[in-house]
Design a protein around this ligand. Structure first.
Ligand SMILES: *Cc1c(COP(=O)(O)O)cnc(C)c1O
Length: 410
């Protein structure tokens, strides 16, 4: 029996709800195909992807060059473990170091693992190089941070949804207000080993810190001799119109964490990059991952970076981001009662709604009906982050649809 297409969607949704953990509340759209900035649902309806899997699909869906690299490598060799060497890893390291002006690379899989790894590195550095008493290292972290879902990371989250019910948590983290350099300076003690921050807080709702904040954090770390760790898992690899978001402030972190788009949207890969010898505190046997640095991941990561550069996606993100944001600002100007602010950098943008607008969800539903897939973050913010391969015509198309959704929802 051939089922009608909308029946297929409801059946698949019911299966997810019946058999899956309920840790997400997705929009009810069941996708089956993607190409570039577009995705199609099981009924054949086309949507513009304005989330890009939280910036893991910067290069666009199913990029043919990355696909070929994956297929080719999958036929040759996929997993060796780090007990042996493989012919992709060294080249992957070299290309990443040359690209980001880094000293060393530690390959991991998920973003959360890579942040955890950076934390392990700076703690060990604190004990080995700074003589901090055992077990007393402190790391300064920011209010409204998002660094992933492991116990240590949710333990220093300020969001009750993230940490509530999951304790006890590891100690050694001090929360300060994001964007407040004086608060960070006051939190530094003789036990502090690092400051960990996102250049722009993505999950918190595309929160852009005050001008010069990263520069001030850099100076604070230099003055006090501690490490600056920037989590660029979401902001990195072209999303904000530069390779790394730190470039907007003209600084370099000591440790940079990347993930998401390093996968090209195909296969989870993350990495910690170090600018200095700090990575050398790790000796054989002290850290590892069965899948980290496997040849399939390395080949995909190499292709993901290559297309980002060769196809001009970073410059395109800067150009299209300006065009998109201008459109959002015009829409915000027309809907002063509904929209508090349009903001963004590159193709990482958001509309913050007035609480009286009745929540972002009804607008993401209205946008879905008009062929745009966006996700609300918290209750009142809609993030817009399409793949970096979007063209001007599509930006204008998206702005028209968003304009329509807001003008009719009054
Ligand atoms: C998504 C994200 C993470 C976590 O990455 P996972 O791959 O989901 O573990 C960490 N930090 C930031 C800034 C992120 O956006």
């Amino acid at each position: 029996m051939v089922l009608p297409k909308d029946h297929a969607a409801s059946r698949l949704i019911a299966l997810e709800e019946r058999f899956g953990a309920r840790n997400y509340k997705p929009l009810d759209v069941v996708l089956e195909r993607g190409e570039g900035v577009w995705v199609w649902d099981v009924a054949g309806k086309r949507y513009l992807d304005c989330l890009s899997a939280y910036s893991a699909v910067n290069q666009g869906h199913c990029h043919p060059t990355i696909l070929t690299a994956m297929e080719t490598q999958a036929r040759r060799l996929t997993l060796t473990s780090r007990a042996f060497r493989n012919d992709q890893l060294g080249e992957f390291y070299r290309e990443l170091c040359e690209l980001t002006n880094s000293h060393k690379v530690l390959p991991m899989n998920s973003g959360a693992e890579a942040v955890e790894s950076a934390i392990k590195i700076v703690r060990k550095w604190g004990y080995d190089a700074r003589g901090i008493p055992p077990g007393e290292a402190e790391i300064i972290v920011c209010n409204r941070n998002f660094h992933g879902r492991t116990i240590a990371l949710v333990g220093f989250s300020s969001d009750p949804d993230s940490f509530g019910g999951f304790g006890p948590f590891p100690k050694g983290f001090r929360l300060v207000q994001f964007g407040d350099i004086d608060a960070a300076a006051r939190a530094v003690s003789d036990r502090t080993v690092a400051i960990l921050a996102e250049p722009i807080q993505g999950e918190a709702g595309v929160i852009i810190p005050p001008e010069g904040y990263l520069r001030d954090l850099r100076a604070l770390c230099d003055e006090t001799g501690i490490q600056l760790i920037l989590d660029e898992i979401q902001t990195g690899l072209g999303r904000t119109g530069t390779l790394l978001a730190e470039e907007h402030d003209g600084i370099e972190a000591d440790l940079t964490v990347i993930g998401k788009a390093l996968s090209g949207g195909f296969y989870p890969i993350s990495a910690v990059l170090s600018n200095t010898e700090v990575m050398d505190v790790l000796q054989p046997g002290q850290h590892g991952s069965t899948f980290g640095g496997n040849p399939l991941a390395a080949a995909i990561g190499r292709a993901a970076i290559r297309v980002l550069l060769e196809e001009g996606m970073i410059e395109n993100a800067a150009r299209m981001g300006r065009r998109f944001l201008k459109g959002l600002q015009t829409i915000a100007g027309r809907n002063p009662d509904t929209i508090r602010e349009a903001r963004g950098r590159g193709l990482l943008m958001a509309l913050e709604l007035d609480p009286s607008a009745g929540g972002a969800r009804r607008f993401t539903e209205a946008l879905k009906a008009r062929g745009l897939l966006c996700k609300e973050t918290h209750d009142h913010i809609i993030r817009f982050a399409p793949p970096l391969v979007i063209d001007g015509e599509t930006v204008d198309w998206a702005i028209d649809r968003i304009d329509d959704a807001f003008s009719r929802a009054q």
